[in-house]
Design a protein around this ligand. Structure first.
Ligand code: BEZ
Length: 257
C-alpha cells in the first residue's frame, strides 16, 4: 500500500478525569459482557483496553485474578487506584505467555487498527480453550457522526490530513480474522445500539474524537465543534433523551483452539 506521507496518524489523548466525567456509560452499558464472560473465582483474566478499570473492578469482585492493560498511562493510574494490577501496554504488542483463562475487551478493539496483530497477541496470551469475550464498534458505527466530522474537515481542506482512527469491521470480516487466528467462534452479532450521552455532544467530541480537533488550529476548534454539533442535531438530538450517538456494536464470544 502506498501511504500518503501528508496523512498524520491520529493522536488520541485519554485523561482519566475527563473520561470519568463523560464516559461512564461505556462500562455501564457493557454489563451483559460480564455475564457472557461469566468470570469464576480463581480464574486469571485479562481486561484488554481496561480504561479507568470500571469493568476490571467488577471482574475482580467476582473473585477472579484480573489484570488490566491499556495504552494510556493516565487510565492505568486510575485503574491502579482501584486496587487492581494494571500495566501500560499497546494492544498491538501484547506480551503475555498463555496464562489467561479468559480475556475481556470492551470498546477498545476499534482503536486498534491492525486486528491481526491484536488477535495474534490475544491468542498467545490465552491458555488452550481460553475464552475471548469482546465488544467493539462494528461496520456502520457512528456513521452520521463521522460523516459530519469529515464534511467539516473537507470544508477546511483538511479531510486528508488525518488517518481514519478507527476499525469498524463487519461480522463476516471479524469472524474470518478470529478463525484465521485460531479461534472457534461461538457467537458473533452486529447490532445497532443508539447510545444516550450523559452530556452535550461537544463533550463526546472532546473525549472520543479529540484526534480530529488536534489537527485544527486551536482558534478554530470551538467553531468546528459547533458546526458538527449543529449539523448532527436534527438526527441525533432528542428533546427527551438528549444526545443519542449512532453506535453499532459487534459482540462476540470465541474460544482458543
Ligand atoms: C465506540 O463505538 O465505542 C466509539 C467509537 C469511536 C469513538 C468513540 C467511541
Amino acid at each position: 500500500m502506498v501511504r500518503n506521507k501528508s496523512i498524520a496518524k491520529a493522536k488520541q489523548r485519554w485523561f482519566a478525569d475527563r473520561y470519568a466525567q463523560n464516559a461512564q456509560f461505556v462500562s455501564q452499558m457493557a454489563y451483559p459482557l460480564i455475564e457472557l464472560l461469566n468470570p469464576k473465582k480463581g480464574e486469571t483474566i485479562l481486561d484488554l483496553g481496561c480504561g479507568n478499570g470500571a469493568l476490571t473492578k467488577l471482574i475482580s469482585q467476582k473473585g477472579a485474578n484480573v489484570i488490566g492493560v491499556d495504552a494510556s498511562e493516565d487510565q492505568i493510574l486510575a485503574t491502579k487506584n482501584l486496587g487492581i494490577t494494571a500495566i501500560v501496554m499497546d494492544g498491538h504488542k501484547l506480551a503475555f505467555r498463555p496464562v489467561f483463562d479468559a480475556i475481556l475487551t470492551n470498546a477498545a478493539l476499534h482503536w486498534m487498527t491492525a486486528p491481526i496483530d491484536v488477535l495474534s497477541g490475544i491468542r498467545h496470551a490465552l491458555k488452550p480453550s481460553g475464552r475471548l469475550i469482546g465488544e467493539m464498534g462494528g461496520i456502520g458505527n457512528i456513521e452520521k457522526i463521522t460523516s459530519e466530522i469529515y464534511a467539516s474537515l473537507r470544508r477546511r481542506g483538511l479531510e486528508n490530513h488525518i488517518e481514519f482512527p478507527w476499525y469498524f469491521p463487519s461480522q463476516k470480516e471479524y469472524k474470518t480474522h478470529l478463525e484465521n487466528q485460531g479461534f472457534y467462534v461461538k457467537y458473533i452479532n452486529l447490532f445497532s445500539r443508539p447510545t444516550p450521552l450523559p452530556g452535550h455532544f461537544s463533550d463526546w467530541m472532546d473525549t472520543f474524537a479529540e484526534c480530529f480537533l488536534l489537527v485544527l488550529p486551536e482558534d478554530d476548534r470551538a467553531e468546528f465543534k459547533k458546526e458538527v454539533t449543529d449539523n448532527l442535531r436534527p438526527d441525533l438530538f432528542d428533546p427527551i433523551k438528549g444526545w443519542v450517538a449512532d453506535y453499532v456494536r459487534l459482540r462476540f464470544s470465541a474460544v482458543r483452539r
